[in-house]
Design a protein around this ligand. Sequence first.
Ligand code: FHN
Length: 558
Amino acid sequence: MQAESKVDIENETPQQYQMRLKWWQDARFGMFVHWGPVSIKGTEIGWSRGSQVPIDEYDSLYLSFNPTNFNANFWAKLARDTGMKYLVLTSKHHDGFCLWNTKYTDYNIMNTPFGRDVVKELAQACKRYGIVFCLYHSICDWYHPDYPLGSPGGKTEKPNPNMDRYNTYLTNQLAELLSNYGRIGILWFDGDWEKPWTQERGIELYKTVRRLQPDIIINNRVGVGRQGMAGTTDVGKFGGDYDTPEQRIGKFQIDRPWESCITICQQWAWKPNDKLKSLKESINTLVRCTGGDGNLLLNIGPMPDGNIEDRQIERLLEIGDWVKKYGKTIYGTRGGPYITTADIASTRSGKTVYIHILKWGDSEYLKLPPLPATIKKAKLLTGGRMSVYQIPEYVQLFVPEIFRDEIDTIIELELKTSAMEIPPLSTLPKSLTTGKKAEASNVYRGMNEFGPASAVDGDSSTRWATDHGVTNGYLQIDLGTPQTFNYVAIEEAYPGRITNFELKYLKNNNWITFYKGKHIGGRFETSFPPIKAQHIRLEILNATEGPTIYEFQLYNKD
Ligand code: FHN
């Protein structure tokens, strides 16, 4: 067992912290792998236990789990060829199955017909291909008898739990993983949201892991301070080393590192014919994560035979081709100075700013807020000619239609001075809705603080909320006079509750729908042809639980 280090973890200086995270922040792009015997069923890992798949059947899948096509070198090489710099493997998910040779339970890969240590082989392969090997590990364990909660989804209680003994099991297994497989880059904890887990246990676990591998990075799911799927940690609260937005692009945040974990399909584990993200959406996601000063951890779910689905391989290699060409606008950069929107993102390094134009408006030019630095040279990295016009009031970029790239038009601006200290610049004018009169179909317990005004106060920490059990309704804003707008941004609290919505404006006493959507999430933004109206409505047609909105913003963008 590896000796515990003497590094003074508790008094790490901000400089030491930044140095420890530098490789990862420069890497920007990693592969997430959710895998286990559940892939035989094609249902969701952990969550389908005791729901789609009866517990006994689920817990016996490992007896027929034999992924003879598993080739660790192929996985590691694929990650490298996709432009990813690190790989995070599910060593143990909520279903308790262990993908390594552990002596603390027989419910592990060595007792399957396959009988090979997947963690070991993948650790070696990653080393061979220059990929930093990292481990996901679930704190909650619905299989282990000592862990108080069980399947489905942590909604049942174990007969004779013993959380202290389970905690010992957890740390013993982590000591195995952090002692027997070489350097582990990140410990990606999860399953932190259940009652048995506490901040105290989290802080202890953090120290234990850092003592075993002082340079390791640990995400904010080690404690209990995480703000739901938004994945942020309240300032001043213990929250590991970085934030973890899930299934959405994190917000522009340059004072606290973050990493969005997003599936290349829909499900985390493999599912036949699961909906695969397009190349455009994949690149858009990568660029908007790095533009927001965050990382992207893109997830794949390998098949029960150990192969990765051909169409997923194809998509990943297409992403790799793009990264091979434009990697310098991603690796080793920091987000900004222009704050990410649905249409543009920017990254920077030294005296260079990279503008990523993901969607062009109707105007011939792209007008941006003024840059407090002189542009020396401008170049279209995606090929063709362009021109830039810089005055104290704004920066104007002109790219002829023929040179605009369908996926991402990238402009390189070389400045006379460093780009790194430029403060964040919003490309969105003031929202037309801020401070305007608003009404709603329902207000949580009739409480003023959760009234509709809280969704148009320009403050993303206040929110309009509705009563538990509400599954539809509306938020309506009166702009006071007819105004022209062509861009909307909506921030949903508890992202994912709203599953069907429409945006409408009032014309001649009829509500006209101008946008239909199925998902809002942490921050939804889109542009549309200009509309002139005074009354606008967010019509929620369906929600899984009382819909609640932080901000509803409207803009008339250039
Ligand atoms: O329940 C898990 C889920 O299966 C998956 O592992 C994701 C990855 O971030 N985390 C949990 C949901 O928050």
